[in-house]
Every structure is written in structure tokens, then in C-alpha cells.
Design a protein around this ligand. Sequence first.
Ligand SMILES: [Zn+2]
Length: 397
Amino acid sequence: MRQTFLLGTFQAEGRDLVLGGDGRADSPGHCAKFGSHTMLELHANVVIDIQLVQSNECGGSYHMEKTGMERFLAHLERQGLAVGTMVTDRHRQIAKWLRETYPHIEHLYDIWHVAKGFSKKLLAASNERECQVLRPWIKSVSNHMYWCAVSTPSGEGAQIVAKWESVVSHVQNVHTGHGDLFQSCIHGRLEGRESHKKWLEPSSKAAVKLETLVCNKTLCKDILKLSGGSQTSAVEGFHSLLIQFAPKMYVFSYTGMLCRILIAALHFNENANRVQGVTKTGEAMYSIKYPKGRKGAAVLRRVLKSPTYVGAGVCLCVCVCVCVSLSLPDSLQVQPLPQVLPITNQDLHKGPEEGCSGPLPFSSGCMCTAWSLCLCVRPSLMCVLLIVRRCSPVYLV
Ligand SMILES: [Zn+2]
């Protein structure tokens, strides 16, 4: 029901959606059994769909992400919603499939994913002999990639590449004559600490190595498609939250995993757009964090207001009530699912539990879903729930 409401809102707005998506495997490594594909509307910052795919229904774990996206885009088409932009990581299979199947969708790459891959290569190069001078430049070159994408208007991919390749000259203390599209650096005269950087010697091994990495054809093609606006950091944030609901170190059934990701989505949407907290005197609150990814470097972050748990709490309360045969409040009565979302036979997926529909939108759930939800609350209820599980297929609203 919540998903129906969100999609209805986008239909009323009549704009093209800006989506960010990524896949998540249920276990570490490369042979996961389940894969969930999450899709966020980046302007609204809400999860609008999650598809849970089992590896044996799509020919292996590598194909789970593409299968999830296929189902999602087919669902959007039936709802009459148009996708304007899709921001993802550099999943080659998805890029090719989107290019061939949905050529009208502008497919862009998230900067963080590209910069992370490049930094790793530069770090490896800096460990080679005579290339140690590259190490102080790793952070700067990574930041330069962000600047190239963000400072360039949408659709000017060639200019992003021209800016990017100018870094080869910049690190050699050459700031003019970069090329036609981007002729010279725009940072002005370097002073103080900036002017005393350890510039690379032209034609040195380190300089040649850097140029080889920066001008790599595959990388430049990726940089051509960098997103200068919306990024997929919210998707990564959702996956961090999902770890709390479905840790990768535990094994869950299909239904159990489905329930957990749906509750996580409800909780995320409820709290995704929290405002910043203020002190008693009305000043905005900040805190200093030392995230693992920054390797000890300090980061200033806004302190948001405390999260709420209404959506997840209601789900769990409903399940507990159902399982212990308590009467539900009127607002939470068990009702048939409204037939607002036409689901074709092709979409219906028979999960491991009889009667459970896998890729249904996360607004719906059957009684076996409720049964599994209760496992989150109190495993001792399991014997009672085994009876509930075989009840008639009614739906929770
Ligand atoms: Zn420069």
C-alpha cells in the first residue's frame, strides 16, 4: 500500500523519475543464494522498490541484479511511469542491457564507485619502485574526479573527460595548454602549501604510470558517464541499515529475507528525510566522526533528529497480534489486498513457501510473510505460527 501511494504521488507530479539502484547479496563472497535489488527515487530520497531474487531462478548469482532491475522497470512501465535518469555503479551487464533495452533512459555512473576503483589502482601503482611519489597525490586526484563531474553541466561528457585528463599536466606543475575543450586550470596562482607540492618530474616513471592510468580508455568511457548531480550514496546508506535487519553472517529463508528487507525499507522511508537537530539556543548540531572508509580521517557530520519506528513497529505488532490470536485494532484489520497493482503471471514468482509471491511489491504480504516476521520478534512463537502459516491467503494492509 505504501508503494502504491509513492508511485501514485510520482504519477501526479508527472515528472521523469531519477532513480538510483544497486544490488546486495545475502552473504559475503561471490556465491550468494539471494540477491536484493533496491531502487530509490533520488530526488524524493525514498525506497520505491526492492526485488528479492533467488540465484537459481536467473541462472546464477551474477544475474540476480539484472533480473531485479528487469522486474522493477517492467512494473514501472505498467504503472505508466517514465524513468529519466538511472544512476548505478559500473555493473557491465546492467549497462549493456539498459543501453539496448531502454535507450531513452540516461544511464549515469555514481562518482564514488569510479573514484574508489581508480584510487585502488593508483595505490597499487604507488607501491612500485620509483613510483612512491604518487602516494601523496591519490586523494587529490580522487577529489579532482568529483570536481570534474560536479562542475560540468549535464550532457557535456566530453568536457568532463577533458578536465579529467588535465590532471596529468597539473601534477607536473603545468597548468596551461591542456587541450581545446579545457585549455588551462582554473585554480589561479598557487600559493603557500599548494605551491610547494611534490610535483612529478616529466617523463619520469611515476608520471608515465599516472598518465597511463588516467588516460585508460575504459576509464575515460566511464568518466564520460559520471553523474554530476544525484549519487547513489542513499542506496549505500540503505544497505548499511539493512545489515541491522538481515546480517550477512546468518542464513534466512526466502520469506524471512523478504520480510526483513521490507521492514528495513519502511523504516528507511520513515526516517530518510529527518531534519537536523538544534541545541537549546537554536544552533544547528554537528558531530565529528572517524569513519572506517576514511582510514582515521575526521569528518564533520550533521546530527539529525532521533529516528522513529512507527512503520517497523506496526508491522511487528500486527504479526504478534496475528500469531497470538489477539484482536487487531480497527485500523490494522486484516483485509484483502486492493487490486490496484495488476500483477501478471510472468511477475508472480512462486517462492520456497507455498503460496508466497516473491516479487510482489513490498506493500503486500501474505500470512506466511507474517509468520516469518514473527520470527524476528520471538522465536518461541514458532510452534503457534506453524498453524497460522497454513491459513487462508489473506493479505495485510
Ligand atoms: Zn593546475
